[in-house]
Write a protein that binds this ligand. Structure first.
Ligand code: ZN
Length: 251
């Protein structure tokens, strides 16, 4: 039998910390008290406290920063969902790359449509900077991918919908991680940069329909590119290309 104090106590940590945030005892951006003090205050062991903190970090309420402690997330920052639960479900249920792209396309078409309605000139400038970054790094695929990722995050922030944004980030993060392993074999970066520019232009012209369509075209092309890169990496296992986890070389 597990002693009762080991039972639900990490869940209790979650509840107690959420209450402290709701009551304003902990505010956005605050650092949590030292682990030893907090464990004592909540009457739990340090491993239990850590488990509770991990759960809250997974849902984007707390954020651990290497070397400086654990913080309550900043209110103005766009909330993010940790990708680990989706990654776990992918491993358990064998979600395919095709399903992941389909989900991403559904989310990002909505995001692009809203961005076209809501973009400020500052946000348009940020997008154009990322596109300039893409054209400047056509020969450096890894750097290109960083600008690519930043562009999508800027469009998401521009949509003004934090729920769509956090869902998009959760899905996109997994796809970008997979892409970062194969992107050095990319052959289409110029075309990709141009497609991002088409999305940007549609947003600047405030055409929701065009923003949705150009986003869909871009992601369908990205999906094709990613499959091709996996195939080029290891032609013998290309029939496995649809399994996300199988594309990992390091596993
Ligand atoms: Zn992109």
């Amino acid at each position: 039998m597990v002693p009762p104090e080991w039972g639900n106590s990490s869940e209790e940590v979650v509840v107690r910390l959420q209450e402290m945030i709701q009551r304003g005892e902990l505010n956005h951006g605050d650092r949590l008290p030292p682990e030893r003090d907090l464990a004592k205050l909540l009457g739990v062991s340090r491993p239990t406290l850590r488990a509770g903190i991990r759960s809250l970090a997974a849902v984007g309420i707390l954020q651990s920063k290497q070397g400086s402690g654990t913080f309550v997330v900043e209110a103005e920052k766009s909330p993010t969902l940790d990708s680990s639960s989706l990654r776990m479900m992918t491993a358990l249920h064998g979600f395919t790359s095709a399903e992941m792209f389909e989900a991403r396309i559904a989310l990002e078409m909505s995001i692009a449509g809203l961005a076209a309605e809501r973009a400020t000139s500052e946000q348009m400038t940020l997008m154009s900077e990322e596109i300039a970054g893409m054209f400047a790094t056509l020969d450096e695929p890894e750097q290109f991918l960083v600008h690519d990722m930043n562009f999508h995050q800027t469009v998401a922030a521009t949509s003004g919908n934090r729920i769509l944004t956090s869902l998009m980030n959760m899905v996109a993060k997994i796809l970008f991680e997979a892409r970062s392993k194969t992107v050095k074999r990319a052959t289409d970066l110029k075309e990709s940069a141009e497609m991002h520019r088409n999305i940007y232009r549609a947003i600047c012209e405030r055409s929701s329909e065009a923003a949705r369509a150009t986003m869909r075209d871009h992601l369908l092309m990205a999906q094709k590119a990613q499959l091709q890169e996996v195939k080029n990496e290891n032609p013998a296992t290309s029939n496995e290309k649809n399994k996300i986890s199988k594309s990992k070389k390091s596993s």
